[in-house]
Write a protein that binds this ligand. Structure first.
Ligand code: 7RM
Length: 633
C-alpha cells in the first residue's frame, strides 16, 4: 500500500487522523518498512526535558530499507543520475543494484580503517555520487555522518570536527564549481592543524590537483576500496540511534550540531517526499541543493531513495557555463520534479526569459521552493516561465531541526497561493503564538510559529549539549517547539511564513547567526566591538551589513572595511562575507547594554523614515553619526 494522498478530501482525512491518533497514523506508515525488531511503543515524549522517542526499542538499518527492501523491484532502476560541472564531461547513472554494491564496498572500506558504530565521520566533499555513497555507507555501519558544506573555511571545518570529535574525514583533492577549482584537501589539511581527533582522511580524486598526502593519515579513496567485498551485513541500529549530525547557525555564536536519529527520520522523509512532490514510479526528480544542507540530506539522498525514486545530483552552479544550465539539465534528463531555492530563481531572473525559453521544459510536472520566503515576484516568474503556468509550485517550509518538510502544498492537491507555504503536512501541528505564548486561533492572525506535538523527524538534541537544545527550542514557549520564524494565517487559513524573528539572517538560503559573524569580525585586532544585521537584498534575500568600532586604529576606514570582509571570509567562508562594513564611533545601546539592532537594521535597509523611540538609548548621539556615515547609495 502506498501512503500517497491523492486529493484534498484525502488530505483532510489523513490530517484529521494524524492529529486525533498520531501513533496509529505513523505506525501504519512505518509498517511497510523492514524492521529487525518492532517497536514497543510508537511514541514516548516530553517536551520539558526534552525527550522524544519514536518507535521505541525497534531495531532496523535504514539502508536495508532502501536496498534489501527495494532491490527485488528496483535492481535495474536508476537510483542516482549525476550531472558533472562540465557539461561536456560524462554523466553517470547508478542503478539501485550498482549503488548498493558501491555502498557495501565503501562500508567495508571504512570498517577496515577502524570506523565503528557510533563513530563520527565528517564528509567535506563536492556534489559527486561518492558523497551520497559515503553518507549511506555510514548509515550502513552505524557511523554518524556530519556533512560540512565544502564552501566552509578551514576554521569552520575545524570547529565542527572538534565539536563532534570526528574520527575520519572524507574529502576530495579539489572541487569543480563553475569555472573555479577549489582546493578542498588543502582546507582539510589546515583544519587538521587545529584538531587532534581525526585518525584518517580519505581523499577522492576529482580534479587531479596535486595535493599533500600525510603518510599514515591520508589515503586515496581508490586505495581503501581495493579488494573490498561488495557485500556487507548491515549493522543493527536502534530506532533512536544517531543517524547524523548537521551543524546549523543559531542566534548565538557557535553553530549547533542538530542531531537526527534513525527510524523517525526515515519514516518522515519518505512520507513527505512522496506526498509533497507526488512522485510517480518512473519520474526523474531533481533537487538542486547541496548535500551539505539539510535539503540535500532529506530530499536528494534519504527521502527519494527510500521512496525508490530516481534522484538527480548536479555538481555545478546555475550559471555555468551559461544562465540556462538548470533548464538544459531539465531538458537533458526530462526532469519531472524540480526543487530549488528562491535565491537561485532571483539570480536567474536577472538574465531574462531567453535562457529558459531555449530549452524544452515540458517534462516538468512539479516545481518546488525551499530555504527562505519566496517573494511574490520570484514566485510568479518561476511559476510562469519555468512551470509554464501549469505546474503546481510547492513552497516548502521546514528547517534543519525539523528534518523534513512541515508546511507545504501537496503538489496538484492543495490549491496554490503565491508565497504561501499553505498547510501543514499530516502529523504536523503548527500553532501561532503571541509574545506571551497564548495560542492565536482562527484566521487573520500573526505571531510566532511553534509546533505543539512531536513529529518523527524532529531534532532530538544538539550534539554534546542537551541543555542548549532545551534552551533554544523548548524554553521560549512552554510545552512547544519554537521555530524562530514569524507566521501569518490568512483569511483562508493558509500559512505564510514571514521570516526569522531572532538574530538569524538568511543569505541566499544559508542560515547565518549575526553573533557568529560578529565573533569573526571581533577577531580583527583593531575592532573594539561590532554588530551585524541583515537587510533586504534583491538576489540573496538578505545581505549582511556590519558595523564596527575601531577607535584606536591608524588604518583608513576603507582598509579596515576590506580587512574585515576578508577576515570573515577566511574565518567562516565566502557566504558569510558582509556586503557592507561601516566603521562607526559607537553602537546604539540600551541602558542595559544591549545593542539596539532595530536601529541598525533601519540604517542598513536605508529606511530612515521612522527610527522609533531612541530616547531610551544610553548614547543616542551615535545614531546621527551612524546615519551620516552610512553609504546610502
Ligand atoms: C530547509 C531549510 C531554516 C529557515 C527557516 C525559515 C527559512 C526555509 C522556507 C523558509 C519561508 C520557506 N533549513 N525557510 N524554507 N522561509 N518559506 N518555504 O532551509 O535550517 O537551513 O533554514 O529557513 O526561516 O527557519 S534551514
Amino acid at each position: 500500500m502506498s501512503y500517497r494522498i491523492t486529493n484534498l478530501r484525502d488530505y483532510a482525512n489523513e490530517y484529521h487522523k494524524s492529529v486525533t491518533s498520531p501513533e496509529k497514523f505513523w505506525s501504519e506508515i512505518a509498517e511497510q518498512f523492514d524492521w529487525k525488531k518492532k517497536w514497543d511503543q510508537v511514541l514516548n515524549w516530553d517536551f520539558e526535558t526534552p525527550q522524544v522517542n519514536w518507535f521505541e526499542n525497534a531495531e532496523l538499518n535504514l539502508t536495508e530499507n532502501i536496498f534489501e527492501r527495494l532491490l527485488p523491484t528496483h535492481k535495474n532502476k536508476t537510483a542516482i543520475i549525476w550531472e558533472p560541472n562540465d557539461p561536456e564531461a560524462d554523466s553517470i547513472k547508478l542503478t539501485y543494484g550498482e549503488l548498493f554494491k558501491a555502498i557495501c564496498k565503501f562500508a567495508n572500506a571504512m570498517k577496515s580503517q577502524g570506523v565503528k558504530k557510533g563513530d563520527r565521520v565528517i564528509i567535506y566533499m563536492p556534489m559527486v555520487p561518492e558523497a551520497a555513497i559515503a553518507m549511506l555507507a555510514c548509515a550502513r555501519i552505524g557511523a554518524v555522518h556530519s556533512v560540512v558544506f565544502a564552501g566552509f573555511s578551514a576554521s569552520a571545518l575545524a570547529d565542527r570536527i572538534n565539536d563532534c570529535e570526528a574520527k575520519m574525514v572524507l574529502t576530495s583533492d579539489g572541487n569543480f564549481r563553475g569555472n573555479k577549482n577549489i582546493p578542498v584537501k588543502a582546507v582539510v589539511d589546515e583544519a587538521l592543524n587545529h584538531s587532534d581527533f581525526v585518525e584518517n582522511v580519505i581523499v577522492l580524486k576529482r580534479t587531479g590537483e596535486k595535493v599533500k598526502m600525510t603518510p599514515g593519515r591520508d589515503l586515496w579513496w581508490e586505495e581503501v576500496l581495493e579488494g573490498q567485498s561488495e557485500q556487507h551485513e548491515a549493522e543493527v541500529m536502534n530506532a533512536e540511534d544517531l543517524l547524523f549530525i548537521l551543524y546549523t547557525s543559531g542566534s548565538t555564536g557557535k553553530p549547533k550540531g542538530v542531531v537526527h536519529t534513525t527510524a523517525g527520520y526515515m519514516v518522515f522523509t519518505y512520507y513527505s517526499f512522496l506526498n509533497v512532490f507526488q512522485y510517480d514510479a518512473d519520474d526523474v526528480y531533481w533537487c538542486s541543493a547541496d548535500i551539505g544542507w539539510i535539503t540535500g540530506h532529506s530530499y536528494i539522498v534519504y527521502g527519494p531513495l527510500l521512496a525508490g525514486a530516481t534522484t538527480l545530483m548536479f555538481e555545478g552552479v546555475p550559471t555555468y557555463p551559461h544562465a540556462g544550465r538548470f533548464w538544459e539539465i531539465v531538458e537533458k534528463y526530462k526532469v519531472n520534479q524540480f526543487y530549488t531555492a528562491p535565491t537561485a530563481i532571483r539570480a536567474l531572473q536577472v538574465y531574462g526569459t531567453e535562457p529558459v525559453e531555449k530549452f524544452d521544459l515540458s517534462s516538468l510536472k512539479v516545481i518546488g521552493s525551499v530555504g527562505e520566503p519566496i517573494n511574490e515576484e520570484a514566485w510568479h516568474w518561476y511559476h510562469e516561465h519555468v512551470g509554464k503556468g501549469n505546474c503546481p509550485l510547492v513552497d516548502t517550509w521546514w528547517q534543519t531541526e525539523t528534518g523534513g518538510i512541515m508546511i507545504s502544498p501537496l503538489a496538484g492537491i492543495t490549491p496554490n497561493k503565491p508565497a504561501h507555504a499553505s498547510l501543514p503536512l499530516p502529523g504536523v501541528q503548527p500553532v501561532i503564538v503571541d509574545a506571551e505564548g497564548n495560542e492565536l486561533t482562527g484566521n487573520n492572525v500573526e505571531g510566532n510559529l511553534c509546533i505543539k506535538y512531536p513529529w518523527p523527524s524532529m531534532i532530538r538534541t544538539t550534539y554534546g549539549d542537551h541543555q542548549r537544545c532545551k534552551d533554544t527550542y523548548f524554553s521560549s514557549y512552554k510545552g512547544m517547539y519554537f521555530t524562530g520564524d514569524g507566521v501569518k494565517r490568512d483569511h483562508d487559513g493558509y500559512l505564510r511564513i514571514l521570516g526569522r524573528v531572532d538574530d538569524v539572517i538568511n543569505v541566499s538560503g544559508h542560515r547565518m547567526g549575526t553573533a557568529e559573524v560578529e565573533n569573526a569580525i571581533d577577531e580583527h585586532p583593531d575592532v573594539v566591538e561590532s554588530a551585524v544585521v541583515g537587510y533586504p537584498h534583491e538576489i540573496k534575500g538578505q545581505g549582511i551589513y556590519a558595523f564596527a568600532i575601531c577607535d584606536a586604529s591608524d588604518k583608513s576606514d576603507q582598509i579596515l572595511e576590506d580587512e574585515i570582509k576578508q577576515l570573515v571570509r577566511k574565518i567562516i567562508g565566502p557566504i558569510a562575507k558582509p556586503e557592507h562594513v561601516q566603521i562607526v564611533s559607537g553602537l546604539p545601546k540600551t541602558r542595559s547594554g544591549k545593542i539596539m539592532r532595530r536601529i541598525l537594521r533601519k540604517v542598513a535597509s536605508r529606511d530612515l523614515s521612522n527610527l522609533g523611540d531612541i530616547s531610551t538609548l544610553l548614547n543616542s548621539e551615535v545614531v546621527e553619526d551612524i546615519i551620516k556615515g552610512a553609504n546610502l547609495d
